[in-house]
Ligand binder design. Structure first.
Ligand SMILES: Nc1nc2c(ncn2[C@@H]2O[C@H](COP(=O)(O)OP(=O)(O)O)[C@@H](O)[C@H]2O)c(=O)[nH]1
Ligand SMILES: [Mg+2]
Length: 332
């Protein structure tokens, strides 16, 4: 019986020949398996693929230094903060990266198109946020370098698919898979970010494909179940008429990051509102000074402060707590 394979299959097969690491090879074989039509004619091919995957997996576990190498996978932070898109295959992670940032990832209507993390910069008013797109998480497979990327990032964006009746299973599956590697996704951060080896990672839930039929109802169910644990926003990454939603997502990402923007000025000079210093919430005047230069912080005598809603500037000392939008003039 002829196998009747779709044209993408041959494209992926070509990629497989170029793949270098076990990780890449496994991801590509999974992809081939996913798009392969399931009928008698492909039974043998499917079995061959499964056997190859399991062989590669064994080999990758045996490879000396494999774990160490995977663990070292590190994406250098750029911009004001780093957020990481995670989730099952085909939920629209790459589409989101494509729409929100300057990166151009591969987007395809079949799973496993993202084999490596892809990075883009997302403009957010006067700052830039780094967005990382990652390979999919499935019940069978968690890319070995993914946990270290999630551990290091400032905020996880868990994307689920509102067009699918499996949306609740998707949430549950990702949460559970990450628990297995000691990462607990949380909507609000507790005081300790790490207890008994478990890392708590602040997470925003993005319900994507809100343009599809039944999405509203699924969103409601998702909210009913998870609203006490997580903030959940719904978007359509594909439809430009949902631009307002993209704005909303950016606002939510900013809020979830718990950062503030401070503007500094030199005495007698105007303030540059295009070039903020980005600090953690609850930072002090001295932290802003330190962000400019260590010596600056050491020699700081006092600062003059302008704040929204206050008509006049006033004098503050180095431990004065800062708020979003403050303008600070340092005196040394
Ligand atoms: N209807 C609809 N389809 C979407 C949306 N976002 C992504 N898609 C489609 O979903 C499929 C998977 O998208 P992709 O970004 O590759 O998913 P990923 O595997 O999570 O990176 C593609 O065919 C996209 O065109 C959306 O908001 N609405
Ligand atoms: Mg993708």
């Amino acid at each position: 019986m002829p196998a009747n394979l779709p044209p993408q299959y041959y494209e992926i097969e070509r990629k497989y020949k170029l793949a270098k690491t076990y990780e890449e090879k496994i991801a590509i074989l999974q992809e081939m398996l996913a798009i392969m039509p399931k009928h008698k004619g492909t039974d043998k091919l499917q079995a061959d693929l499964r056997a190859k995957i399991s062989k590669l997996r064994k080999a990758s576990e045996k490879k000396p230094g494999a774990i160490r190498k995977a663990y070292r996978h590190h994406i250098p932070r750029e911009g004001a903060a780093q957020v990481t898109l995670i989730g099952p295959p085909n939920v629209g992670k790459s589409q989101i990266l494509d729409n929100f940032t300057n990166a151009t990832p591969q987007i395809a209507p079949y799973p496993f198109t993202t084999g490596e993390p892809v990075v883009g910069m997302m403009p957010l008013e006067n700052i830039k946020i780094q967005v990382v797109d990652t390979p999919p998480i499935t019940n069978e497979f968690l890319p070995s370098y993914l946990p270290s990327i999630i551990r290091e990032t400032d905020l996880a964006l868990l994307v689920v698919d509102l067009s699918s009746d499996e949306v609740l299973d998707q949430m549950e599956m990702v949460i559970e898979k990450l628990k297995e590697v000691k990462i607990k996704l949380v909507g609000k951060m507790l005081k300790n970010t790490c207890t008994e080896g478990i890392i708590y990672k602040k997470t925003l839930i993005i319900g994507n494909k809100k343009d599809t039929e039944g999405a509203e109802q699924r969103l409601e169910v998702l909210r009913d179940l998870y609203k006490d644990e997580f903030s959940i926003i719904s978007i359509s990454a594909i439809n430009p008429s949902y631009q307002d939603n993209i704005k909303k997502v950016k606002r939510e990402i900013y809020r979830a990051l718990n950062i503030i923007r401070i503007y500094t000025k030199a005495p007698g000079k105007p303030v540059d509102l295009n070039d903020p210093i980005v600090l953690k919430e609850k930072s002090k005047v001295i932290d802003a000074a330190r962000a400019i230069h260590k010596d600056f912080a050491n020699n700081l005598k006092y600062a003059k402060m302008w704040r929204k809603g206050k008509f006049n500037a006033w004098k503050v000392d180095k431990d004065y707590p800062l708020e979003e939008g403050d303008i600070v003039e340092f005196h040394i």
